[in-house]
Design a protein around this ligand. Structure first.
Ligand SMILES: CC(C)(COP(=O)(O)OP(=O)(O)OC[C@H]1O[C@@H](n2cnc3c(N)ncnc32)[C@H](O)[C@@H]1OP(=O)(O)O)[C@@H](O)C(=O)NCCC(=O)NCCS
Length: 185
């Protein structure tokens, strides 16, 4: 359900504490690009294997609560990215998705393709009625991912997102089980 081998050498499987060293290496390779949009990738929050284990433990805790594991993306055997789910809201059964990718693997559809089977699982097999997605208004790559996947744009939440001490407006999207999914044709 969560493990997939996709074209082009892509492999997906749950991202666990055991992957801490690989996760830290990914962040260290691409820290400037990742920490531009992701507070957790800043040097003061993710610099040691223990930091990486703490981060991935949060995923395991949420998985225990919600049944949705965080998922790693390997390209030709190298961990290049990940997908996380924010805590499920009850009773509506809504989650939101977050993701990151080493920019060395960027710009060729890796995140768009990786999210497709995961969204199918979350919407069709896990009972989620909504997957939300928030991206900084100026984060063109992330907004293009949302749009390519058929997420509906819901508007801009002003001053809704902080990275470090920078406060940004957030473009909000959602995908519901009945929405057309472009990859289904
Ligand atoms: C957002 C992110 C996951 C995109 O991954 P990706 O695999 O490069 O995305 P894809 O190739 O599937 O699609 C991205 C789209 O954005 C475009 N794109 C990629 N990098 C871009 C950039 N730096 N500026 C503008 N557009 C960009 C791609 O050309 C593609 O557009 P298209 O549909 O017109 O072809 C990756 O850039 C990333 O991890 N960024 C840093 C962390 C982050 O922003 N996470 C999301 C927080 S909301």
């Amino acid at each position: 359900m969560w493990e997939h081998d996709l074209d082009g050498g892509l492999h997906l499987e749950p991202l666990r504490r055991a992957h801490a060293e690989e996760h830290l290496a990914l962040v260290e390779r691409d820290r400037a690009a990742l920490s531009r949009y992701l507070g957790w990738a800043a040097a003061d929050r993710m610099s040691t294997p223990a930091d990486a284990r703490d981060f991935l433990s949060r995923g395991e805790e949420r998985e225990a609560d919600d049944g949705l594991p965080w998922v790693g993306i390997w390209l030709d055997g190298l961990l290049v990215g990940g997908v996380l789910w924010f805590p499920v809201e009850h009773p509506v059964m809504a989650t939101s998705v977050g993701y990151w990718l080493d920019s060395g693997a960027g710009g060729r559809g890796v995140m768009t393709r990786s999210l497709q089977p995961l969204l199918d699982t979350v919407l069709d097999r896990c009972g989620m009625r909504r997957v939300g997605l928030g991206a900084e208004v100026g984060n063109t790559a992330s907004r293009r991912v949302a749009e390519r996947l058929g997420f509906a744009f819901e508007g801009v939440k002003r001053s809704a997102w902080m990275v470090g001490d920078r406060v940004e407006d957030h473009a909000m999207y959602s995908l519901l089980p009945g929405d057309p999914r472009p990859w289904h044709g």
